[in-house]
Design a protein around this ligand. Sequence first.
Ligand SMILES: [Zn+2]
Length: 535
Amino acid sequence: MEERTPTIVRAKSIVSQAETAPEPEALAITGETITATGSVSELRDRFPAAEVLDFGDSNIIPGLNDAHIHLALTAGDALHLDLSHEAVANVPTLLDTIAAEVSATSAWVWVKGSRYDDEKTGIVLRDELDRIAPETPVLVNHVAGHWGVVNSAGLRFLGIEESSPDPDGGRYDRYSDGRLNGKLIERALMNVVMPATARGERFIPGDTVEDLQLGAARTIAKWNAAGLTSICDALISPQDIGILSAVRAGDALGLRIGMLLSIDHYDKAVDLGVGSGFGDDRLKLIGVKAFLDGAIGGRTCLLSEPFTDPNYQGVQTTSTEELRANVERVHADGNRIGVHANGDAAIRLVLDAFEDVARRIPRPGLRHRIEHCSLIDDDVLERMKRLGAIAVPFAGYPGYHGGALNSWYGEERMERMFAHRSFLDAGVTVAGSSDYPCGPYQPLFGLQSLITRTGVDDGVTVGASQKVSAAEALSIFTLGSAEASGEESYKGRLAPGYLADFTVLGENPLSIDPQGIADIDVRATYVGGDEVYSG
Ligand SMILES: [Zn+2]
């Protein structure tokens, strides 16, 4: 059998995270894998026929890996107007953006925008939308996905009238004078955008499967350009698996995708006999996702002590009995479960369930995850360490929310939130995660936030005791994330036997001022030795 000739890759610096020092000057890549590292001359002597790919004064780091992000949920966004605060800074710009689309669209075709953030951009309701779109129905989706705003044409289209009663589990929001303000909250929105649950005859047409494939491919390209080589999509339905499989068949999968299947669909996976590890190193089932409490940004997570302002301790969204039954079932089948738990009270309930099944049904090597795992203390750390449980906390929230976090949770409590430092010190595996669309998807933003714990807009530092070093932050977003999907033996380092997934940067994040890391130029991204982005 003919031995394949490797490619030799060099750059100004290579951060390999290999267990042996010093850092290599070059990598030899054969197919998808790194086969040797060393100096350029050593590798040239060893592989005389090899081509040299020289990245000049650029810097190479292991490919960045987001352990909890939402691709399937946001694939449709790539087809709609981008109304994020980054894209439209204020209300007039937002309205101009919608108005331009309205004039380019025939009446009665819905104009949709996504990622609107009322807190950052300002208030937009029915009256503002009516001024720019008197005839064309418009839907503006909020960034967190729990509500949206429609104009009068939209309300007419949907048959929602001033006298319409609120639907179960939702609300038609109103101005102070009692008039509908166009805001459709929770079920009031879900019932009209999702054909499967639409109750009336009229609903906002959803994206087709083909649309969503295109949207996913566009999103993947954007994430490659930000330096991502791997992700774990933290909530997947069977339809989503079909969409991502089709994207892969169309050769647009320049990203390694792990998937957490919603517990609601677990029966189907069991019927098919597939579980954690099913798939390959491009598209793989990592485990199952369940929910236990509310959100950080929405201030609904389940706390043992009340929030600073209202005398309110958050919500438990799943009963303890159901949580325990789900954990037991998934664990007994030998599958990994990732339970969404933000507040310390929720985390304790998850740990109770994990400890219970670990005692009764031994599954050596099976490591479960706590998604977000936001507020901890020493007891939580010790129990996680004993179980081998993995924490997947928000990396970017200090940078994104800044001082708002102090006012929501109190300065003292912030020292125990998004506690990357504490996890590292306690020997608990901790992964890097954006939870996009809830925070920015750019992993370099996440690295900066982990190191500085400082809001980029307000300059306020939150929970300073949880700062980590640049090397630790990089390791969280590579090796930590690989461990959270059980792939640490071949992903996250640039060393022989590891995947040739790497990100090429204008600066070395380990040696520049951390305040500048989010702005480092991503020059190229490689997955399995193939260029998937070049800037
Ligand atoms: Zn999430």
